[in-house]
Write a protein that binds this ligand. Structure first.
Ligand code: AMP
Length: 197
């Protein structure tokens, strides 16, 4: 059974990075979401990979919803031509609203902010707070060092190997979207409160 994806929340760098492959991946993701009629939810900025992805989705006729905190409107150059731009009061509200709109998460190359957003949804999946798939778009092998770190953490007994399965990793956009559709939630152990059987 495959899941239908109506909207995907994408985390992406506010910079474009040093290699052309990152911009190409961001633009391909934006275009493909539009072509597959999947709404794009993102941080609402006009800069970096975020902006390139949003521009590509809009140019291909896609629906793009941005969520930006008031305090970042200037720094991240709140995008003016989106289908919807929600201006919220805080970073926490931004992440909450972005997550609530989406059926799945995709991560493009990015910096510390992108990592923070990724690990929040990853750890929340681990805690059973949501059952939405997470996909890493490993453009140009960008995420390989992070994946090696996760494998090291599993090897050293700090991460349960089952929790790696929350994340699909692909280097190409079509394969990643297919993996998200095919993804089945990892079953979590049932929490038994005292007195229950
Ligand atoms: P970066 O990957 O650092 O270029 O940032 C990408 C996006 O993550 C930007 O829209 C930032 O505003 C956002 N961001 C940065 N720090 C945080 C944070 N602590 N929580 C949530 N989002 C963040």
């Amino acid at each position: 059974m495959t899941a239908s994806l109506q909207r995907i929340c994408v985390f992406a760098g506010s910079s474009v990075g040093s290699r052309r492959v990152y911009v190409e991946a961001a633009e391909q993701l934006g275009r493909t979401l539009a072509q597959q009629n999947i709404g794009l939810v993102y941080g609402g900025g006009g800069v970096g990979l975020m902006g390139r992805m949003a521009d590509a989705a809009l140019a291909a006729g896609g629906q793009v919803i941005g969520v930006i905190p008031e305090a970042l409107q200037q720094r991240e150059v709140g995008h003016r031509n989106l289908t919807e731009l929600h201006v919220v009061a805080s970073m926490h509200q931004r992440k909450e609203l972005m997550a609530s709109y989406a059926d799945a998460f995709v991560v493009l190359p990015g910096g510390l902010g992108t990592l923070e957003e990724t690990f929040e949804v990853w750890t929340w999946a681990q805690l059973g707070f949501h059952r939405k798939p997470i996909g890493l778009l490993d453009a140009g092998g960008y995420w390989q060092p992070m994946i090696a770190m996760i494998d090291h953490m599993i090897d050293q007994g700090f991460v349960n190997s089952r929790h790696r399965e929350f994340v699909c990793i692909e280097s190409q956009v079509p394969e990643l979207l297919e993996a998200l559709r095919a993804w089945q939630p990892v079953e979590q152990p049932r929490v038994i409160r005292s007195g229950e059987t």
